[in-house]
Structure formats: structure tokens, C-alpha cells
Design a protein around this ligand. Structure first.
Ligand code: 5RP
Length: 265
């Protein structure tokens, strides 16, 4: 692996813990003004100091993120359909030059294993990796779940392994029972998405389980920005990911920070 690729990866996964808290705020690329991100600049500004990497679209980077920030950027580069259309009908819509211009530490796109357009999204991943390799740009593959697919270790494991085989440097997927089997079958780091909003304790327990079973971290959105205490929640998630806190200890961080002012990480 060359210097540029390793250097960029270390901005996404800080070497000190070898783990990462990515804050996913790309939802608007197909959902529009998502709950919790309606005024996205206002929502994400207090969260950014507590995350290692921001997973975001170029439009939001340009308009809503302070360019003097320390946070690394992983840029969503796939898109096309809205929530009203066929979600799997995505293509790569952002150039590598644009990712470099925005000083991205990585680029991310979805693959739709078990859904319509499965083959096109997987071959798009291959083409993105080909291009990214030339510039030392890490690629995060996101395993979007086909409507009819069970979110079990067999299916999630299949999607993650395919992403790694095609050349993704990291994979984002959903937590499932026997998640360690997914990790065992995937030779690149896996981060979990949070999925739909859960009660805070459940989201923290899922995070603890994922880390214990070998996840490299989270790329979490709704369970942070839709919480009644988003800053407390990201601090709690961070304690699990980087410090090995239990879900109970993390829940205490979430609860006790409800009325405290924002601090830097
Ligand atoms: C949407 C995404 C999101 O970034 C991903 O789902 C993480 O967000 P959440 O924790 O809300 O699930 O890739 O396609």
C-alpha cells in the first residue's frame, strides 16, 4: 500500500486506537431534508469535534462545513435516484478530481447485493477502485440491503466479502446476529451503520456488541443526530469505540452530558 493511501486511511481510522467514529450525514442525497438534518449546518457543527471522519456529500461539504476543520472527509460519490424511485439505480456521480479538490480522505459508494442493479453497482465499485488506486484514495463500500433480503450474517457476510473482493479498502454494513462471522469473512475493516433510530441504550448496546465482535468502528447517523441529546450520544459512542466502555458506562455519559456545554474531543 502506498504512502498516500495509508496516510488518508489513517485520517479515517486514527492509528492511536485503530478504531473510528465516522459521523454519517449523507442521508439527504436520496431522502432530502431528513429528520434531524433539516438545518444540517446547525445539526452537525456541534457534533464534528467528537467525530474522526464525516461521511457526507460534496454539496454539504461545500456549503455547511468550515474548511478550517480538523475532521477528515469521506465523500459519498454515488447517487441518482431519490426515495421516490428505485434506490439501487445509482451511479458514481462525483469525479476523483472533485474528491481531491475537497481534500477527501476517502470516497464511498453503495452496492446493492440482492437488489435490482446489483451487477451495475458492483461493477461501478470496481471502476471506482481502479480510479481511486491511481490517486491513493481509499474506497468505502456501503452494503445497502435489498428489500427482500434478511439482514443475517449469511447475506451481510456475502455483501461485505464481495465488496472487499472487488477492492474496497473499507466496508460499511449493518450489525446482525453472529456479526463476528461477517468480520471473519471480510479482510478489510468494517464499520457499522446505525440504521433506524433506536432507544439510546439499544443503539449503544449494538455498538458495544459490534466492537466486541471485531468492527473497526461506526459510520453512524440517525442514532446520533435524531437523539434527544446528539452531542451526548456521539460522546457515548466514542467512549465505546475508542475506550472500550460498556454500553452502560456509555449510557451514563449520554445521560449526564444532557445539560453540559459542548466540549472539544
Ligand atoms: C445511507 C447511508 C448512511 O450513511 C448510513 O446508513 C449510516 O447512517 P445511519 O446510521 O443513519 O444508518 O449510507 O445510505
Amino acid at each position: 500500500m502506498d504512502f498516500g493511501l495509508k496516510n488518508r486511511l489513517s485520517k479515517i481510522i486514527p492509528p492511536k486506537s485503530g478504531k473510528t467514529v465516522m459521523l454519517a450525514v449523507d442521508h439527504g442525497y436520496f431522502q432530502g431534508p431528513t429528520t434531524g438534518l433539516k438545518d444540517i449546518k446547525k445539526s452537525i457543527t456541534p457534533l464534528i469535534p467528537h467525530a474522526d471522519c464525516l461521511f457526507v456529500t460534496r454539496g454539504i461539504v461545500r456549503n455547511c462545513v468550515d474548511p478550517r476543520t480538523d475532521i477528515s472527509i469521506c465523500l459519498r460519490v454515488s447517487g441518482g435516484p431519490s426515495i421516490l424511485g428505485e434506490l439501487s439505480n445509482e451511479d458514481v456521480i462525483v469525479s476523483m478530481e472533485e474528491a481531491l479538490r475537497l481534500n477527501a480522505a476517502g470516497v464511498g459508494m453503495s452496492i446493492f447485493v440482492g437488489a435490482g442493479n446489483e451487477d451495475r453497482t458492483i461493477s461501478n465499485l470496481g471502476r471506482l477502485v481502479n480510479e481511486a488506486q491511481q490517486y491513493g484514495m481509499p474506497v468505502l463500500a456501503i452494503t445497502a440491503v435489498g428489500k427482500d433480503m434478511a439482514r443475517d450474517a449469511r447475506y451481510i457476510g456475502l455483501a461485505c466479502r464481495i465488496a472487499a473482493e472487488i477492492g474496497a479498502h473499507m466496508v460499511k454494513t449493518y450489525y446482525c446476529e453472529d456479526f463476528h462471522k461477517v468480520v471473519e469473512g471480510c479482510p478489510v475493516p468494517i464499520v457499522i451503520a446505525g440504521g433506524k433510530k433506536l432507544p439510546e441504550m439499544e443503539a449503544l448496546q449494538m455498538t458495544e456488541n459490534a466492537i466486541k465482535e471485531g468492527a473497526t468502528g461506526v459510520d453512524m447517523g440517525r442514532n446520533i443526530f435524531q437523539s434527544d441529546n446528539p452531542v451526548g450520544m456521539i460522546k457515548a459512542v466514542r467512549a465505546i469505540v475508542h475506550k472500550g466502555a460498556t454500553a452502560e458506562e456509555a449510557f451514563e455519559i449520554y445521560s449526564s452530558s444532557k445539560k453540559q456545554p459542548v466540549e472539544a474531543k
